[in-house]
Design a protein around this ligand. Structure first.
Ligand code: SAM
Length: 272
């Protein structure tokens, strides 16, 4: 279906809600199937927690993506200079540790803290993955409870892809506070590789403003179980380089750096 037709259909009252309901019913059925077919004792999070961070029930894909993303993070930090070995590292928006598990494998001596607002994911991590990181519940809005300069590096996979601009700016400022001078932030965005689902109107807004926070699907039943502020955001490279550099220094921008889908941005807290 072309984008113009999609836009026209979405404008018909009730169509978007109906699409949301169908998707929800499909999700419930797929969840039942996953629960019935998966082994009970597993070192993987239960299907609904995997779905929240991965949007699929496929176990092999969940594992492979976690491993692949961890390897991309490790390479991006290494290319920017410092190794993560022996460092204090924060995974902000970690979920149950899909990526953290593999990053810890690559850097066994790093001291990893995983923070998320999702109580269930944090509890699962505390119970099943305490050997890789300390899992802590965070608040949606900064400031966090950590003292200034707690971390050498912070990474946020698929977090800024879901927050609106004021929340992003607030978190960029908070991450600056949490980083030691010279410390690095790696964050991902929905850039040029990820606009396939955008409507014509969204693409136009993206060109004009450099950022689009999609709220048109707010009336749908949320499948991720996360609060209403958590929607979908798209950025242009120009926007990120111009706007985020008000808070941190942009040191690298890798289009499609995460699975040729999300862009990777590396930022540094300048020395004071
Ligand atoms: C798409 S998931 C990605 C999870 C993980 N980074 C990964 O790649 O597997 C986004 C995560 O961000 C969390 N999140 C959303 N807003 C947050 C906030 N303000 N602070 C911390 N975590 C947040 C969600 O609960 C969710 O677990």
């Amino acid at each position: 279906m072309d984008n113009a037709l999609k836009d026209a259909l979405k404008a018909v009252p009730g169509v978007d809600e109906a699409v949301g309901l169908v998707r929800y019913l499909q999700y419930r059925q797929a969840l039942r199937n996953a629960l019935a077919s998966e082994p009970q004792a597993s070192d993987l999070p239960p299907p609904h927690l995997r779905y929240r961070v991965h949007r699929s029930f496929d176990i092999a894909e969940y594992v492979a993506t976690g491993r692949d993303v961890a390897s991309s993070i490790s390479n991006a930090f290494a290319a920017a200079g410092p190794t993560l070995h022996g460092k204090d590292v924060l995974d902000l928006g970690s979920g149950p540790g899909r990526v953290a598990r593999w990053l810890k494998d690559l850097h066994p001596t790093m001291r990893l803290t995983c923070v998320d607002i999702d109580d269930e994911a944090v509890s699962w991590g505390q119970e099943h993955a305490a050997d890789i990181a300390r899992f802590l519940r965070g608040d949606p809005h900064p400031p966090s409870a950590f003292p200034p300069g707690t971390f050498d590096a912070v990474y946020c996979i698929s977090l800024f892809t879901h927050l609106d601009e004021p929340m992003q700016d607030a978190w960029l400022g908070e991450i600056r506070r949490l980083l030691r001078p010279g410390g690095l932030l790696l964050a991902t965005t929905h850039g040029e590789f990820a606009t396939g689902s955008c409507s014509e109107e969204e693409l136009e807004r993206l060109q004009r403003h450099g950022i689009v926070f999609r709220t048109t699907r707010k009336r749908r039943i949320k499948l991720d179980g996360l609060p209403g502020f958590y929607q979908t955001t798209f950025h242009t490279r120009n926007y990120v380089e111009a706007h985020w550099s008000n808070t941190l220094e942009v040191v690298a921008y890798l289009p499609g750096g995460i699975q040729r889908h999300q862009d990777t941005v590396l930022l540094r807290r300048p020395a004071d």
